[in-house]
Design a protein around this ligand. Structure first.
Ligand SMILES: [Zn+2]
Length: 173
């Protein structure tokens, strides 16, 4: 797997000051959140009016859930991050290890576990380390003795018989 260089932004997190860009990102994120909720509401409305649509939706979601469950993640594939949220609190989050930082990793706006505010963007971050240790590669096992094939055995027998014959011939006067 490709080595990922994990990035930090706005460290030390405790002293980070919000920039204009942070305010803009948070505002945009809230607008997107509102638009998504509106669309979900409209969709729910349509599903109520159309049971076939609701059933198709349910099946599609099931398929996605099934697909997600096949992407089993190991602890060593999860990167832990210390992040500062828009509200100013510092919390921990986790991302797949292939992302160099939680923002480009597409971290969703989240609720702050400290103050309870919702839909908060990440304004600063630093990597902590992987959630679990990568398992050590197994030491190479000694190659098990290969069982000879039947053809190999037959050739060996033939060679031994040949040898025998030669020895007998040589030994006889
Ligand atoms: Zn907070």
């Amino acid at each position: 797997m490709r080595e990922v260089e994990y990035r930090s932004h706005g460290v030390p997190l405790e002293e980070y000051e919000l920039t204009r860009r942070d305010h803009r990102r948070q505002k945009e994120s809230e607008e997107i959140g509102r638009a998504a909720r509106r669309m979900a509401d409209e969709d729910a409305e349509k599903c109520r009016a159309d049971p076939a649509r609701a059933e198709r939706r349910r099946q599609a979601l099931e398929k996605v859930a099934e697909l997600m469950s096949t992407f089993e993640k190991h602890d060593y594939e999860i990167m832990r991050w210390r992040v500062r949220l828009y509200c100013g609190h510092i919390v921990e989050t986790q991302m797949h290890c292939s992302y160099s930082d939680p923002v480009t990793g597409g971290a969703l706006p989240r609720r702050c576990s400290e103050c309870g505010a919702k839909g908060l963007t990440i304004v600063a971050y630093e990597p902590i380390g992987p959630l679990g240790e990568r398992p050590q590669p197994q030491p190479a096992q000694p190659q098990p003795q290969k069982r000879p094939t039947r053809a190999q055995l037959e050739r060996r027998v033939a060679a031994l018989e040949e040898e025998n014959k030669r020895l007998r011939t040589k030994g006889s006067p």
